[in-house]
Design a protein. Structure first.
Length: 267
């Protein structure tokens, strides 16, 4: 029993990484989409989405158990089992009504599980967290700078809150146009926020592509470039060259002896 609770083997680690790389997107959709499908007008859609999202987590639990038989003894396994049991669509059974408040909390727990149990999403959140801090600082400073430059002559920047609203809208590249800077300093602050927004979107797109394994795969190098010459082959070639050099040295010696003999006869 204790062996089952030990660390995963290299093969199990590779199998889990391959599975999570392929299943990150369905898990993400299954965790987030049900939070927005709550309208009573589309009850059948809500039921279908609820059952489909539960099925995604159930499949993930089964595959994790096939990879690691002790998965339910681990923290992530216990979280997954609790989510699968608590989010089972009991409301499909006649006479049983699902508690909307409890169901909402458990659906939020799915998002927590997504961050805790998936290493790729933890890296994704950490990377975006750093970018979000930088972007928040830039928006705050640039918005306050624009407010100082605009509020005396531009009625649209009546308060610091208006300037902050303008900064956030500019960062997200939405561009409502309800607040527009008119001074040179205010426009410069807007340019800084715009470039920051482009950088944030670039990091977001790259992180999502890496998370869901959507980036281009680098081609494998050719065999003649990938495999360096083995040390034994190099030693064999050096030995052959040494033999050839000795043969050349011997022939040169014989040639020198003949020349010396001929010179002695002529003398």
């Amino acid at each position: 029993m204790t062996a089952l609770r030990g660390p995963l083997t290299s093969d199990q680690q590779k199998a889990r990484e391959r599975w999570q790389s392929a299943w990150n997107l369905p898990i993400f959709v299954a965790a987030v989409v049900p939070l927005f499908i709550t309208s009573a007008k589309t009850k059948w859609v809500e039921l279908a989405v609820g059952f489909g999202s539960w099925l995604v987590f159930a499949v993930d639990l089964v595959v994790q158990l096939r990879i690691d038989r002790a998965y339910l003894r681990r923290r992530n396994g216990k979280i997954d089992l609790g989510i699968v049991v608590l989010t089972f669509p009991y409301y499909l059974i006649p006479g049983i009504a699902g508690g909307s408040a409890i169901l909402l909390l458990v659906r939020l727990a799915r998002v927590v599980r997504l961050l805790l149990a998936t290493s790729g999403l933890r890296r994704f959140a950490a990377r975006l967290g750093k970018v979000a801090i930088v972007a928040a600082v830039v928006v705050l400073l640039a918005s306050l700078g624009a407010y100082q430059a605009e509020h005396k002559t531009n009625t649209e920047f009546a308060t610091a809150g208006d300037a902050l609203w303008w900064g956030i809208v500019t960062l997200t590249t939405v561009g409502y146009g309800d607040i527009v800077p008119k001074t040179t300093a205010g426009r410069f602050c807007g340019i800084v926020i715009m470039f920051t927004g482009i950088a944030v979107l670039g990091v977001l797109a790259g992180s999502l592509a890496s998370l869901f394994n959507l980036g281009p795969t680098s081609p494998a190098p050719p065999a003649d470039e990938a495999a360096p010459a083995a040390p034994t082959a190099v030693l064999a070639e050096l030995a052959m060259l040494q033999v050839q050099l000795r043969d050349v040295e011997r022939r040169l010696g014989e040639l020198g002896d003949r020349i010396s003999a001929r010179l002695a006869e002529d003398g």
